[in-house]
Design a binder for this molecule. Sequence first.
Ligand code: PMP
Length: 446
Amino acid sequence: GKARRSKYETESERKKPSGDGTRCRTPEDCFARPIASAPDAWFDMVERDWNDGEKVIDRTTKRRRCLNLGSYNYLGFGSFDEYCTPRVIESLKKFSASTCSSRVDAGTTSVHVELEECVAKYVGKHSAIVFGMGYATNSFIIPVLIGKGGLIISDSLNHSSIINGARGSGANIRIFQHNTPSHLERILREEIAERQTKTHKPWKKIIVIVEGNYSMEREICKLPEIVSICKRYKAYVYLDEAHSIGAIGNTGRGVCELLGVNTADVDIMMGTFSKSFASCGGYIAGSKHHCPAHLYATSISTPSAQQIISAIRVILGEDGSNRGAQKLARIRENSNYFRSELRNMGFKVLGDVDSPVMPIMLYHPAKIPAFSRECLRENRANSKRNMKQVAIAVVGFPATPLMLGRARICISASHSKQDLIKALEVISKVGDLTGVKYFPAAPKKQ
Ligand code: PMP
């Protein structure tokens, strides 16, 4: 058969310099290097300057200055903040970097107590406990809540920390199709009916575990339907709000606020501080609980705890400014603008309205390092027009199915419109080069 003609038809055309003096990049160029040894495709060691939060310096690849589209700094608290940063420094001076002790020994400061009260109030629950790591929060807490004789029904795309906690609990586990309430209901009906026979004891407890805003697909949880099913079948609802707390809803209170769900109907609310609050750690909020991690794990560092309290105060306007409301409006505006521009360019972009993370589907594993590498590439044409390189996290197997690789763009309230326009230019070029615009571009508006 006739060979398919590439966009670069002849060898001379392919080598022809582009208008700005750099050689044309061809799709063959960007797939030329092997996948497994592609250190230039990842930004695995970065420097960050807190005065310039949304720029990272990619140290492994010739110290290039990149626009950061790769971290979950949703509200832009990851750089210097006039309210948060001085308080964090003050708390470092007063309490030092670590408590060097567990909560029940010498690891509880006034800041820890204040943080737990502040978080419980913010998420609308009676009480909260905090831990030094979000991942560990799910892994520690799920086995405390349920064990042998219990049933966990977990969304198929739940985060690895949830899977870890569920497996460690000793409970039986059933998986329901991602964000599909009808499938969840079918499993509940089957499981409860089966346990009504003489040969089985009823489940001691059933917990349904979902995320507020899914970390891979970026869909917002169908929480109202899930809550009503769980009520009907007397199952507890466990909601992980890692990617929704602080980022979604009018006052950043997450999916309950966005979807109008009463927080009393969600039994266990979990979240992390490593995204919107630009700190680290996790919380669990509900009725009063105790966890062995309080006995055996060092408490969250006091400056990190102070950062969270300060960020929540800014979000709620308790710092005396309206910066928090502006940040929340900005993240929504930036996210919706960026997602619709990417879709207009012809990319397959996942995620719902308002979600600040947008996966661009790359599909083929070879496209994963190629896409990242080209976004990071030192390109003379770019620097001439003062265009920044963009640092984007790319995700593939085993975090996704093998043929569902993606680039995961994270938008922040601290990206300026100019930053986003420049990033879109780079991404569009790279999309053409790597062949990942799967749809025709929308006609440009006049
Ligand atoms: N839950 C979910 C849904 C997550 O996406 C993550 C990490 N991104 C975690 C828990 C773990 O949180 P952390 O990274 O703060 O440890």
